[in-house]
Ligand binder design. Structure first.
Ligand SMILES: C[S@@+](CC[C@H](N)C(=O)[O-])C[C@H]1O[C@@H](n2cnc3c(N)ncnc32)[C@H](O)[C@@H]1O
Length: 256
């Protein structure tokens, strides 16, 4: 059976960060990828992992103001992150991306656009607990997460029960999660994962309400206003592949 759990356990409060960032000297040949070094020396708006986790619970200090906090996971080359930042200067916008080179490409775009209200951090999506206290986020975007289409790789997919539990944990009540993907199962199974564990078992209902759904954004438009096109979304459109989208709102939990 495929194990669909989080890749590693989350830390407890005395052991952070849980994400083990690798320093250049940890690589046998650090020159093989020049971005391993250069992403650390780029400066703002790029936060290497070793800086990013220190802002847990204190993001307004890093942004220099109190404002709603929006997060994009897996920003790729940063087209979406930059465009959202330009359209929404009223929010503090953070992107996280695992690949060194892509963090630099994102940071360059933000810098060239003169954006001061966004940051890109090198971080792994399974370790949001390093970065955020509960209810820290007002909005969360995931665009075209790596599909891992083969069944034996299903455990690598981000869209899973543990990830939706994280969405509940880190979104404020009333906060919004928007997901787009060209891999239909990533969007189609979200509804089932609200009360199943993804392995055929019932699970407690998550306090998320589906507020928008489209199985073809190019045909019907996105199920939310003011959709910002991502690089992959554009590529899929050119290839004639449909892109699906789903929006969920974080509900108040009965006990809160
Ligand atoms: C298919 S690309 C989509 C890029 C972009 N969101 C878009 O729509 O054009 C997926 C991106 O997620 C990043 N990614 C994959 N796993 C990740 C993880 N665990 N944490 C953060 N980013 C991740 C990849 O490096 C890649 O840039």
């Amino acid at each position: 059976m495929v194990a669909r759990g989080r890749p590693t356990p989350q830390p407890n409060d005395t052991e952070r960060p849980a994400f083990k960032d690798r320093a250049p000297e940890d690589y046998a040949n650090p020159q093989a990828n020049p971005f391993v070094v250069s992403h650390r020396t780029f400066g703002r708006p790029l936060l290497p992992a070793s800086d990013a986790w220190t802002f847990r619970g204190k993001w307004p200090e890093e942004f220099g103001r109190e404002a709603p906090l929006w997060l994009e996971i897996g920003c790729g080359n940063g087209f979406f992150l930059k465009d959202v930042a330009v359209r929404h200067p009223e929010v503090n916008l953070l992107g996280i991306e695992i690949r060194y080179k892509r963090t630099v490409l994102c940071a360059r775009k933000l810098k060239e656009a003169g954006v001061e209200t966004a940051r890109i951090a090198r971080y792994h999506a399974a370790y949001l607990d390093d970065l955020f206290v509960e209810g820290a986020l007002d909005r969360l975007f995931v665009n075209h997460p790596d599909p891992w289409p083969k069944e034996r790789h299903e455990k690598n997919r981000l869209i899973s029960r543990w990830f939706l539990e994280d969405v509940v944990r880190y979104l404020k009540p009333g906060g919004v999660f928007q997901l787009k993907s060209d891999f239909p199962p990533n969007v189609e199974r979200v509804e089932a994962l609200l009360d199943h564990d993804g392995e055929g078992n019932d699970a407690p209902r998550l306090p998320l309400e589906i507020t928008g759904y489209s199985d073809n954004i190019a045909r019907d438009g996105a199920p939310w206003p003011d959709d910002v096109m991502t690089n992959y979304q554009k590529k899929m459109g050119i290839r004639g592949k449909r892109v699906l989208g789903i929006e969920l709102k974080r509900l108040e939990t009965p006990s809160s």
